[in-house]
Design a protein around this ligand. Structure first.
Ligand code: GLY
Length: 370
C-alpha cells in the first residue's frame, strides 16, 4: 500500500472592483479593451427577457462594434427561471456556439441573472471568468456582490450553487429608472436589511429619503448604492465562505426564503425578505435583544417602502414552519436564526457564532403571530 501527499496549498487573489455610476456600458467596453479579462475576445452575454431590450442589446451591440465575438443568451424573466434547466440551456447554447475556456460571461440583469450566470461561469469548462452588470436595486444591494451564485430547486431557493467571485461588478444606477415600483421595493428590502444589521444612521437615512428613492433621485440613490456595497463587502472580505460572520447577511432570510418558496414565487424575493425581517425582529424582541419600539420602526420603514409586513392568508403556516428546515443555517437538525441587537447591530453569540438555535415551537409562535 502507498500513501501520497498531494500538496495543494493555495494563495488566491479574487479581489475585484465594484464600480457605481450612471450608464456604465461604455466603461465596461473600455475596461475589456484595457484587459479586464486578459486577451479574451469571446463573450456570452446572459440576460433575461425584460432586460434584453432595455440594456443587454446595447452591450451586445457595443461588443460587436468593437470587434468581439459574442452571443446574447436570453431566458424568460422571473425567479421561476432560476433553475438547473435554465443553467443547462445556457450551457448547451454556449457549447453549440463553440465556446470553450477562452471566453467570458457577462451577466446583464438583476439577481436571477447574476446568480445563474455566475454559477454557469463557475462550472463551464471547470470555470471561466464572469462580469456582473447589475440593472436592479436588488442586484446592486445584494446579489451581484459577494460571489454567491446558485439556482433554486423545487424544495427551496439557492440550494445548488457555489461561491464564485466576478472579475468586476458594474452598478448602473440609471437602470433603476426603468424598474417597476414592485422591483424597486424588493431591492429596498435588502437595503433596509443592511441598515438593520450594521448602521442605524443608514436605516434612518433610508426612512427619511424614501420619496427620493422612489423618484430615483441621483444623490440619494448613489448614497444608498455606496452604503449597500460598503456593508456587504466589509462582511464578505472577512468571511467570504460564510463560516461565521457572513451569516448576518441572512437576517430576514430564514423566514423570507421559506415564504418565497411556499408562496410559489408569487412574492418577489425582497417582499418575502420583508416579511422575514418583521418575523425575525419580533423573534429578537421575544428573546430580549430588541424592544417593541425597534419592532415598530422596522415594520414602519418596510411599509414606507411599499413592502408587505404580514404573511399572506394564502400561505399555509404549518408548511412554512416545515420549510424553515431547508435553510442552510440549520445545524444538527436545529433551526438557527440571525438576530438583530436593536437597530444597526447584530447579536454575536459564544464561540463567534452569529446564529442562535431556536426551538420549532418558538419559531412557530412567531410565524403564527404575523
Ligand atoms: N445574500 C447574502 C449573502 O450574500 O451572504
Amino acid at each position: 500500500m502507498s500513501v501520497f501527499n498531494v500538496e495543494l496549498k493555495k494563495v488566491v487573489d479574487d479581489s475585484y472592483e465594484i464600480e457605481v455610476g450612471h450608464e456604465l456600458e461604455q466603461k465596461l467596453i473600455d475596461d475589456i479593451k484595457a484587459g479586464l479579462v486578459g486577451n479574451i475576445k469571446k463573450f456570452a452575454v446572459v440576460t433575461d427577457s425584460n432586460v434584453k431590450p432595455l440594456y443587454a442589446d446595447k452591450i451586445f451591440g457595443m461588443l460587436k462594434d468593437n470587434g468581439y465575438k459574442c452571443d446574447l443568451i436570453v431566458f424568460p424573466a422571473g425567479e421561476t427561471s432560476k433553475t438547473r434547466e435554465t443553467k443547462e440551456f445556457i450551457e448547451d447554447t454556449m457549447l453549440e456556439k463553440g465556446y470553450r475556456r477562452d471566453c467570458c460571461i457577462i451577466a446583464v440583469g438583476g439577481g436571477v441573472v447574476t446568480d445563474i450566470a455566475g454559477f454557469v461561469a463557475g462550472t463551464y469548462g471547470r470555470g471561466v471568468p464572469f462580469i456582473n452588470y447589475a440593472t436592479t436595486l436588488l442586484a446592486a444591494a445584494d446579489a451581484s456582490v459577494g460571489g454567491k451564485t446558485a439556482v433554486d430547486t423545487p424544495l427551496a431557493t439557492n440550494l445548488i450553487g457555489l461561491f464564485n467571485q466576478p472579475e468586476k461588478v458594474y452598478i448602473d444606477i440609471s437602470t433603476w429608472r426603468t424598474l417597476p415600483q414592485r422591483q424597486l421595493s424588493s431591492g429596498l428590502a435588502e437595503t433596509i436589511k443592511h441598515g438593520c444589521i450594521a448602521d442605524r444612521k443608514f436605516f434612518d437615512y433610508i426612512s427619511e429619503n424614501m420619496d427620493r428613492i422612489f423618484a430615483v433621485d441621483d444623490e440619494v440613490c448613489e448614497h444608498i448604492a455606496h452604503e449597500n456595497c460598503k456593508v456587504k463587502y466589509q462582511v464578505v472580505m472577512k468571511d467570504e465562505l460564510e463560516s461565521g460572520l457572513r451569516e448576518i447577511l441572512n437576517l430576514g432570510h430564514t423566514v423570507g426564503r421559506a415564504i418565497e418558496t411556499v408562496s410559489g414565487y408569487k412574492l418577489l424575493h425582497g417582499e418575502a425578505v420583508s416579511i422575514g425581517l418583521v418575523a425575525e425582529v419580533k423573534l429578537a424582541e421575544k428573546l430580549g435583544y430588541c424592544t417593541a419600539e425597534d419592532v415598530k420602526l422596522v415594520a414602519e420603514i418596510l411599509e414606507k417602502a411599499k413592502l408587505p409586513v404580514a404573511i399572506p392568508d394564502y400561505i399555509d403556516r404549518e408548511a412554512l414552519v416545515k420549510k424553515l428546515y431547508t435553510d442552510k443555517k440549520v445545524r444538527d437538525g436545529k433551526l438557527r436564526f440571525v438576530l438583530q441587537k436593536g437597530i444597526g447591530d447584530i447579536m454575536e453569540f459564544d464561540g463567534g457564532q452569529y446564529a442562535l438555535p431556536v426551538s420549532e415551537d418558538t419559531a412557530r409562535e412567531i410565524i403564527m403571530s404575523i
